[in-house]
Ligand binder design. Structure first.
Ligand code: GLC
Length: 614
């Protein structure tokens, strides 16, 4: 509640224009307070001393980093909100009471939170081509994020993944720029849609049921040579702008509040030290008025050994135009060096003022000064039925039917709900962790029942008639078929969960000897194969020939029912490939614009069960 004394301070008066509040507060800040606003620290070092004493401006949760609880205990949404609110109280105890902005990677739902709705990863959403669906997913995600007191999600990733050997292909909506541009509708879902007349490229947030978004990773992260994570994107500026930068135009047009710099380099120049792209282009030419945040230890990577010449790292990145540094641990060293660099003149005060203005602008625009704490009335939306139904719809629309039947006019799908006996095989059939993929509960995800949801096997069992028998064999063998008649088999294969460099692969064969398992089953029974993966996997022609139907399910998330809805015919397939399905790894990179474009299935391909397939 604003008091008469506090209202005398322009920055504390919500009736004042944002820019007036920014200017008033900036003028009251010391250099050390300004430097502290530019620091983002990880939850595990976010102490009262850092937030109340030093007035550090931002805290983040690394993937899987939540409220400290006894081993094995799953933090509830209320536990998260208690943690964030306590940190906020510390921040408001600082001299100027500047609230923190708390960020986390809610990249397919509030995926750090046990029990949250886990939506399909972006590659599956790209298969839907449905901008309105993705906007709704943003709305739902924002609600679940704000329920935990968190203000900011490091999403969307708007990388245009040109080579599936990259471990972050699944975080991308497509290899096609125009598809990625369409999916940036999630920014309006997360933040709310700016009203007519809202100044272009100026940060916007509708209210406390919305979350601050972060377009990442600027720019060219999906175009590195051979898809190497944190690698080098070699192309002309025209290609960089046309292929990789265009989605940022759409994010800026929707008032995206923040942009995250990429670990990658462009023609050998690291983005974290690229003044031309971050300042001259993003801020000056495109007019971005929010703030640019570094990636995790992104500035440390500017010197070798990493972080060795830290003053150079700080100077190069902040002078390039980065405004907030995801330090994330050694903030004392960061602040000491930053103040030294400003006092020595290596970083002009005007650059510091520009950075802090941008950070304060986002904090004022997002209402943080007026409503710094969590809204506990939102707790009931976490994992709610409405959100799970939305996720189930997204799963349905993301599925891509690549083969349906061995002969024309004799489709294999839909399967019969009253079949006599169905074999379900493969370790991905009953594994919530694998179907969610990376960035789920932990940073790179894991196998097993990691959160609340429905596995594909559970969904199959819920869909069939009483009299139908389902037999599940994770690893079928010859004995599986002895003396048993099966109507059909559903084999679910795919990748393990992974994130970032852990997912970089040059061998994109089906893991766990999946091809052999498929071949064994398909040699005995009419077989549907479902692939749970962040990208296309190698299907040799003879294997494809053996199976009766093939579905790409990507990383569908917690709502496996969406898969059963379609394979048993309650809904038709709608998904079409968001990426090229290569024949061989030797073809990569393989994009539709290439002259020798000869994929197994082209981008845009997808069959229907009921409609006509040209
Ligand atoms: C990671 C990722 C980035 C993420 C950040 C915070 O290294 O590159 O996408 O938002 O760190 O977790």
């Amino acid at each position: 509640m604003a008091t008469s004394e506090s209202l005398s301070l322009i920055y504390k008066d919500p009736s004042q224009p944002v820019e007036a509040r920014v200017g008033d507060l900036l003028a009251r800040m010391t250099l050390r307070e300004k430097a502290a606003q530019m620091a983002q620290v990880e939850r595990c070092v976010a102490s009262r001393a850092a937030l109340a004493g030093l007035a550090v401006g931002s805290v983040l949760s690394a993937g899987g980093s939540g409220p400290p609880l006894p081993a094995g205990a799953a933090a509830s949404a209320a536990d998260w909100a208690d943690m964030v609110d306590e940190m906020q109280r510390w921040a408001l105890a600082s001299r100027l009471s500047i609230p923190i902005i708390y960020g986390a990677d809610a990249v397919h739902g509030h995926n750090n939170l046990f029990g949250a709705t886990i939506f399909p990863h972006n590659v599956g959403l790209g298969a839907t081509r449905d901008a309105e669906l993705v906007r709704k997913i943003g709305e739902a995600t924002a609600l679940e994020v704000r329920a935990t007191g968190i203000h900011w999600t490091f999403a969307p990733c708007v990388a245009v993944c040109r080579d599936p050997r990259w471990g972050r292909c699944y975080e991308c909506y497509s290899e096609d720029t125009e598809i990625v541009r369409t999916m940036t509708s999630i920014v309006s879902g997360l933040q709310g849609s700016p009203p007519p007349g809202h100044p272009p490229c100026y940060p916007f947030l509708a209210g406390r049921r919305n979350a601050i978004a972060c377009a990442k990773h600027f720019v060219g992260d999906g175009g590195t040579h051979k898809g190497k994570n944190e690698g080098n994107t070699i192309c002309s500026y025209e290609e960089l702008e046309r292929i990789h930068m265009s989605p940022y135009f759409d994010c800026l047009a929707q008032g995206v509040c923040t942009v995250m710099a990429s670990y990658t380099s462009w023609n050998g120049k690291p983005l974290h030290a690229n003044r031309f792209l971050i300042t001259d282009i993003l801020k000056d030419k495109l007019g971005f008025k929010g703030f640019v945040v570094s990636d995790w230890e992104g500035i440390d990577r500017l010197c070798h050994p990493q972080g060795s010449n830290y003053r150079y790292c700080i100077s190069a990145s902040i002078n390039a135009g980065i405004d907030m540094i995801m330090v994330p641990h050694r903030y004392g060293k960061f602040l000491e060096d930053l103040v030294f660099l400003v006092e020595s003149g290596e970083i002009p005060m005007s650059r510091i003022d520009d950075a802090v203005e941008r950070i304060l602008r986002v904090k004022f625009v997002s209402g943080l000064f007026e409503q710094p704490f969590s809204d506990r009335s939102l707790l009931s939306v976490v994992g709610c039925k409405e959100h799970r139904l939305l996720a189930q719809e997204a799963v349905r629309k993301s599925l891509v039917l690549l083969k349906n039947g061995k002969e024309p006019k004799r489709p294999f799908l839909p399967l019969k709900k009253n079949a006599k006996r169905i074999l379900v095989a493969g370790r991905h059939a009953d594994d919530i962790g694998y179907q969610c993929g990376g960035w789920t509960i932990t940073w790179y995800g894991t196998s097993g029942r990691i959160t609340i949801g429905t596995s594909i096997l559970e969904a199959i069992k819920e869909s069939i008639e009483e009299e139908t028998e389902v037999i599940f064999e994770e690893s079928p063998s010859a004995a599986t078929f002895l003396g048993k008649e099966y109507s059909c088999a559903i084999v679910v294969v795919g990748e393990v969960a992974y994130a970032e460099f852990l997912g970089d692969r040059t061998d994109l064969s089906i893991p766990f000897d999946g091809a052999d398992m498929i071949s064994l089953v398909a040699s005995n029974i009419p077989t549907l194969v479902i692939v749970i993966s962040g990208r296309p996997l190698v299907f040799e022609p003879e294997l494809l020939e053996k199976i009766d139907a093939l579905v790409a399910a990507w990383l569908p998330g917690s709502e496996g029912r969406g898969v059963a809805d379609v394979i048993f015919g309650d809904y038709d397939f709608e998904g079409v490939l968001p990426v090229s399905w290569f024949r061989s790894i030797n073809q990569l990179p393989l994009n539709a614009s290439h002259d020798s474009y000869d994929p197994l299935f082209p981008i845009g391909f997808g069959l229907k069960m009921y409609g006509e397939n040209e």
